[in-house]
Design a protein around this ligand. Sequence first.
Ligand code: MG
Length: 456
Amino acid sequence: MGRLFGTFGVRGIANEKITPEFALKVGMAFGTMLKKEGKKKPLVVVGRDTRVSGEMLKDALISGLLSVGCDVTDVGIAPTPAIQWATDHFKADGGAVITASHNPPEYNGIKLLEPNGMGLKKEREAVVEDIFFNEGFDRARWDEIGEVREENIVKPYIEAIKRRVDVEAIKKRRPFVVVDPSNGAGSLTLPYLLRELGCKVVSVNAHPDGHFPARNPEPTEENLWELMRIVKALGADFGVAQDGDADRAVFIDENGRFIQGDKTFALVADTVLREKGGGLLVTTVATSNLLDDIAKRNNAKVMRTKVGDLIVARALIEHNGTIGGEENGGVIFPDFVLGRDGAMTTAKIAEIFAKSGKKFSELIDELPKYYQFKTKRRVEGDRKAVVAKVAELAKARRYKMNTTDGAKIIFDDGWVLVRASGTEPIIRVFSEAKSEEKASEYLNLGLELLEEALRA
Ligand code: MG
């Protein structure tokens, strides 16, 4: 049996791999599964990001759902977390998001959602795949075809976020924020949310445009050089950038410095864990030890999973976690949306900034200091086997290991992680330590083991 889904949904080039015919069949398969589970007329919430192919694919997916007898609430263009929130809010039986997240504009994809808004469970993904490949679609009789209702969720989603932060405190300080939603779905939400929270807002790249004319939608340091210069030149308090579907938020301090996602995640986690009096923090093996320090000072526990936002979300549900996140600027507030939420993260950061009375750079520099190095090496062929060989070599040298995802060698003052990318022909090597020398030493060890594994 073929496979459709990767770590979270399916992605590819629009009109090559991700065609309307494909979206139609995914809609039919998903709807057929929901009906088989017993509901006579299941309700599915469907939305998309701003990509050029979005409307075409969304309409095809909706047709598929209708044809097997599902009703659809079409929420149009909205951030992925807003669509996740709406799936839960409308008490739907499932959700679907047409998005390729941070990928370049020619890509698109489909993410399917559970009734609570989380990405579809593995077992149910397998059922959808089964129906898709067998074409076992349960077509509805002509008078049982579904209906579409359109809903605008931007306002209620913004209101729901506003209820979760101290708006008065933010209004009092009136932070000056430069927003860059990358012409993606966040264009419709983040500038307005921040204005309603009482911020002074300047937005750039904030007209919805699926060509992504201004920059690559992945919010990395290389892609945000313009925002970094604008924040500094305007004398803003901080800048915030999103990816195409607005589940991630990445920050720039008042000096125009790019802030690693682990650090803003640590700021948010510190506040949330303090407010809740401890709990469980869930993150991945690739995130800084900074999160262990933050958990410790708040009497919280840390769980480290494989890399992937859906894996973190699943662990949060399963273990009743308090806060989750990744090093790439994705924070999950499990009592709000069961996935990364860039707007909620930004609102919380604005609140933390306003209440502290400090500069953004001061908040960051007060965090425990770690040095990190990240590099990658192109590897053709079986990358997982190469990483397994790295783990074997490291074990032979009697290093302390964690093999949850890739090969992570753990030292008293840091670590190095060698991990195969799930989507590109590369192997990544990350290192971290309390000093720059040690971080560099650990990176070199990782690279050395990788070269040895490649020769083996
Ligand atoms: Mg994304």
